[in-house]
Design a protein around this ligand. Structure first.
Ligand code: 6PG
Length: 234
């Protein structure tokens, strides 16, 4: 799964930097992307256009950047400190004002400056994980921020772990050129089955909204996470 994700990242990076001169990627946190980040530091990916890569975040736990829970710390230690990306091209979500809503607005202002004149940001790659409750990014089932249709960044509350979060909103996720949803491990098998299942009546799980939404999405799951899903006929 991580190998396929790395190849997709490489393909998007080369295409975007070739056609638009920049590859803009939004990263999720959690454990799943760690394998992918490690692969991208290997010699065979050193030729990627790192100097034309701009890194943003899909979501962040509202903790200091050096906190063990920080998505920024995870990406910095497992990837960004180990590839020749320009420091000024790394845009972590701010978590220092003490007011998540205020920092969400500050990040939205940063994004509007990086995507000038656009009604929505268009990330070349939006890297997403999948929570066992069907959340993705830090958009949680039943969360009020799921209904946000105008703002680009919202403050949200997680029912588990670090409560205060910042997150890109659903329209931003769906507006990405490519959404890459990753899930691994048997613990995700039930939610993978739910996400791939029939689209029942609302309220859909946030990850279902991403998977069934318009635009281009890829859902990479390992064998363990796929164990409840019947193999598709070839
Ligand atoms: C976060 C993530 C979140 C994550 C899922 C899966 O900040 O926690 O962005 O959406 O992707 O919770 O987490 P794991 O990869 O650790 O299972």
């Amino acid at each position: 799964m991580a190998e396929a994700a790395a190849e997709l990242w490489a393909q998007q990076a080369r295409t975007a930097s070739g056609s638009r001169g920049v590859f803009r990627v939004a990263l999720s946190g959690g454990r799943t992307p760690e394998l992918l980040f490690g692969l991208l530091t290997e010699e065979r990916f050193q030729s990627l256009p790192w100097e034309k890569t701009e890194v943003f975040w899909v979501d962040e736990r509202y903790v200091p950047y050096d906190d063990q829970e920080s998505n920024y710390r995870l990406a910095r230690e497992s990837l960004l400190d180990r590839v020749p990306i320009l420091k000024e091209s790394i845009h972590p979500m701010p978590t220092g004002s003490g007011d998540p809503a205020r920092d969400a607005a500050a990040y939205e202002a940063l994004l509007r400056g990086r995507f000038p004149g656009q009604s929505w940001p268009s990330f070349d790659l939006c890297l997403l994980g999948l929570g066992e409750d069907g959340h993705t990014a830090s958009l949680f089932p039943g969360g009020p921020e799921l209904a946000e249709r105008h703002g680009w960044v919202a403050a949200s509350r997680s029912p588990k772990g670090v409560a205060d979060r910042l997150t890109l909103t659903m329209p931003v996720l769906l507006g990405s050129r490519l959404r890459l949803l990753l899930a691994c491990g048997r613990g995700k098998s039930a939610v993978v089955k739910a996400v791939l299942g029939p689209v029942a009546d609302p309220p859909l799980l946030p990850a279902q909204m991403v998977w069934h939404g318009e635009g281009r999405g890829v859902f990479l799951i390992d064998q363990e996470a796929a164990c409840r899903v019947a193999p598709t006929s070839q």
